[in-house]
Design a protein around this ligand. Structure first.
Ligand SMILES: Nc1ncnc2c1ncn2[C@@H]1O[C@H](COP(=O)(O)OP(=O)(O)O)[C@@H](O)[C@H]1O
Ligand SMILES: [Mg+2]
Length: 218
């Protein structure tokens, strides 16, 4: 409601420049607040066990490709190259499509956000030992070894992220949500990083029951 009002106001013809600038700042702030509230609600519902998963058979290649397209737009703006690769064969698993999309998007957004201009981001979908692995790797700023145990904590942001919020806005809730989504699907999420060299997140999910189709769960 508030957002659409501001959006409408912004398009008013003949607005003075400084009014336009204020409205743009308001819109950005509204978007940040909306993001924060959405993230808090998601985690609160998850805590209560009320965040149900709507599972259906999904070919993960589709979601990876979709998220990749969004990621490419972000990457282009950030001057980062993005490379999305999926294995040849279909990877059909029973998942909540929108949650898995959110998981991949969060990781891709982070990878782009924490990679300086000229760097690169790689997204890979593969299968290993009957499990599906989704890898998002970047050549960005990396995470200090002492910080690694905290990255999935709620509200945690590295000093470099907190002191430069103008450049890299965020709530520190994205990875907490990623962890919840992975675990709610019977999966795991892990991170490795080298400061100044880059970061790799690996999500491992239960694979297709027979390699091609989704069977009844047990
Ligand atoms: N790909 C990455 N490279 C470097 N640091 C990262 C990366 N992803 C996450 N981080 C660090 O982990 C913190 C938590 O990530 P997240 O929960 O997504 O919060 P944010 O809202 O800050 O993006 C970030 O603030 C940043 O310090
Ligand atoms: Mg984030």
């Amino acid at each position: 409601m508030l957002r659409s009002g501001v959006e409408r106001a912004i398009t008013t013809p003949g607005l003075p420049r400084d009014t336009l600038e204020v409205l743009e700042e308001v819109l950005q702030e509204v978007n940040r607040m909306t993001e924060l509230v959405d993230a808090l609600l998601t985690l609160a519902r998850a805590d209560e066990g009320r965040a149900e998963l709507h599972k259906e058979p999904v070919d993960l290649r589709e979601i990876v490709a979709e998220a990749g397209e969004t990621g490419e737009l972000l990457a282009e703006q950030a001057g980062v190259t993005m490379d999305v690769g999926t294995s040849g064969a279909a990877v059909v698993v029973s998942v909540d499509r929108s949650r898995i999309r959110q998981l991949i998007l969060n990781l891709v957004e982070n990878a782009v956000k924490y990679t300086p201009r000229g760097g690169s981001v790689q997204v890979r979908l593969g299968q290993e030992d009957g499990r599906v692995t989704l890898t998002v790797a970047d050549s960005g700023i990396g995470i200090a070894p002492g910080d690694l145990p905290h990255v999935f904590d709620r509200f945690w942001r590295a000093d470099t992220a907190r002191t430069r919020t103008g450049e890299r806005p965020g709530t520190g809730l994205g990875l907490a949500i990623c962890k919840w989504i992975a675990e709610a699907h019977g999966g795991t999420i892990a991170v490795t990083s080298r400061p100044g060299r880059g970061t790799t997140f690996v999500v491992s999910l239960p694979g297709p029951t027979d390699g091609r189709t989704v069977g009844p769960s047990d």
